[in-house]
Ligand binder design. Structure first.
Ligand SMILES: Cc1cc2nc3c(=O)[nH]c(=O)nc-3n(C[C@H](O)[C@H](O)[C@H](O)COP(=O)(O)OP(=O)(O)OC[C@H]3O[C@@H](n4cnc5c(N)ncnc54)[C@H](O)[C@@H]3O)c2cc1C
Length: 511
């Protein structure tokens, strides 16, 4: 394999003397790095394995219907990220009202919870049982708190845990809650206590003080893919490159540096590498440069996979929600998206509804391996079973499989990541960023923030520890939005000024 001159023939003169920064992966993290580097006039090439940018946060388009791989809300506590989103999307960044419910025990509960609705749906006897179970949890000795079941039961009581955490969490992770590390809950559902949730349920969530229960979010007019495609266009407009269908297959490491990468049949010598590839892939591609212990640590990292079945259904909006959490053991679907509620521009024909049925699975299990036609039939059966639409009204369906959707926090992951971190620390020009890049269960804002810090390490000689980047840190906890009236604009789109707030709940933890 020969080394190819990285410089595109028509690259601006100022780019020629420098070797490029190689950015591995064209998801939110990789594109953020590429965008910021290109904006500064640095030579940069983004390598993306697929034929489309956006990674897990992309928007698929089939027959004009647009859908996310799991609805992607844009919310952040980081002003830097929020500013970047607005810089990229400008007036295309819509402010959308949120509506979501929980399907539980054959009923739809408003979410965020509403006191009257909770009493009505739980019934007074079950409500008393939940209260008693909560009070018992509050006074009894806490005991060990190693796993999700213990963590949640200690804070909310066993009964609420069983109703509202157990089934859904086990669907998401495919493993009993007793095998999910408590750290996961601590990271994902922090800030939501029984009292704050109950107070919000009975007295409302004025001023969005409980960020978990936020009732609005931002969303690009044509789905999140619009954000990533615009960023890719900007990278190219600023003299950088985005190479699609170009999987990175090898990292050549010598003397503590990545001296070359192989991608799409080419060998490129980069000045620096910013990688958003899963840790397992980065280590694997480095071959013998990583010791057996590091390789074993990386190979042992686990992921939860995911597939979404999008149904086009005859008829106008079936339900007003953006999404519904399905806490129902009788069906396999975990969450249902309604893309028109996300943005009316996601649906090309307003006489149709476009629904995303989300199934959590492991690559190779029965769901993952099922024929697409069988999966569409399953989704049709389940949407009817839930009473949301008649199966006969479903006109067609599309299946998208998403490998490595969720980095898993199993019992060993922490030690494994430590081993890999130590090895990475010995490579002076390689920085790992993003979600699977750091094996951190985080949203796109955090993925982007790690990429921003990696770029500063290159362009400003900063010394950010990317493992310590926390999307919460830039946030002023007491920040409250002034009340502003909604301005209604055509096609049920609502717009207001930006809001920096976040949401993390048991259900949203599955984002
Ligand atoms: C169901 C679901 C719902 C979510 N909802 C939200 C939400 O509402 N809001 C939010 O902010 N976040 C949400 N997220 C999280 C968000 O999707 C991620 O944080 C974000 O996509 C991570 O960006 P990334 O660039 O780190 O990784 P990825 O999106 O995984 O991108 C990595 C890229 O690397 C590419 N790649 C992999 N291997 C190679 C290779 N060998 N060579 C070249 N390229 C390669 C991949 O094709 C991919 O494009 C959700 C995630 C899921 C699974």
């Amino acid at each position: 394999m020969s080394t190819v001159d990285y410089t595109p023939a028509d690259a601006p003169r100022r780019f020629r003397p420098e070797k490029p920064v190689a950015v591995l992966g064209g998801g939110p993290a990789g594109l953020t790095a590429g965008y910021l580097l290109a904006k500064e006039g640095r030579p940069v090439i983004v390598f993306e394995a697929e034929d489309q940018v956006g990674g897990i946060a992309k928007t698929e388009v089939r027959d004009g219907f647009r859908f996310d791989l799991g609805g992607h809300r844009f919310f952040t506590k980081s002003k830097e990220v929020d500013d970047l989103w607005h810089e990229v999307m400008k007036e295309e960044f819509l402010r959308r009202p949120r509506m979501s419910r929980i399907y539980w025990n054959g009923k739809f509960l408003d979410y965020p919870l509403n006191g009257t609705d909770v009493i009505k749906k739980l019934g007074p006897i079950e409500l008393m049982r939940c209260m008693a179970s909560y009070l018992w949890a509050a006074v009894k000795p806490k005991g060990r708190e190693d796993n999700l079941e213990q963590w949640v039961s200690n804070r909310f009581g066993k009964r609420l845990y069983q109703h509202f955490f157990k089934t859904y969490s086990e669907k998401v992770w495919g493993t009993p809650c007793t095998e999910i590390r408590a750290e996961w809950a601590a990271q994902r559902i922090k800030g939501l206590s029984f009292f704050s949730a109950a107070k919000a349920a009975f007295m409302g969530n004025k001023g969005n003080k409980i960020k978990s229960l936020i009732n609005e979010f931002h969303y690009p007019r044509f789905g999140p893919g619009q954000m990533w495609e615009t960023m890719a266009d900007e990278i190219i407009a600023n003299g950088g490159e985005v190479r699609l269908n170009t999987p990175v297959t090898k990292l050549e490491v010598r003397d503590g540096r990545v001296i070359a990468i192989e991608a799409g049949g080419e060998r490129i010598e980069p000045s620096q590498v910013i990688s958003s590839l899963p840790l397992r892939a980065t280590v694997g591609m480095s071959g013998a440069a990583a010791t057996g212990a590091v390789q074993a640590a990386a190979q042992g990292l686990r992921y939860r996979d995911f597939l979404t079945i999008s149904l086009v259904i005859d008829g106008e909006d079936l339900f007003p929600d953006n999404w519904i959490y399905i806490h129902e053991p009788g069906v396999r679907v975990g969450r249902i998206q309604n893309f028109r509620s996300w943005s009316p521009w996601m649906v090309p024909d307003q006489s149709k509804a476009s629904i995303g049925m989300e199934y959590f699975c492991f690559k190779g299990d029965d769901l993952w391996e099922s024929d697409d036609d069988d999966l569409v039939e399953l989704a049709k059966r389940e949407i009817e079973q839930l009473g949301l639409a008649k199966a006969e009204k479903v006109e067609r369906g599309y299946v998208t499989r998403v490998p490595k959707a969720y980095p898993m926090y199993d019992a060993d992951y922490g030690e494994r990541v430590e081993v890999i971190k130590e090895w990475l620390a010995g490579l002076s020009n390689l920085q790992q960023v993003g979600r699977n890049g750091l094996h951190r269960y985080n949203n796109s804002d955090h993925s982007m923030l790690t990429a921003m810090r990696a770029v500063e390490n290159i362009t400003q000689g900063a010394d950010h520890d990317l493992w310590a980047v926390n999307a919460d840190s830039a946030y002023h906890e007491e920040h409250q939005e002034p009340e502003q009236p909604y301005k209604r604009v055509p096609s049920t789109v609502y717009e207001r000024e930006p809001l920096h707030a976040a949401a993390e709940t048991a259900e949203e933890a599955a984002a």
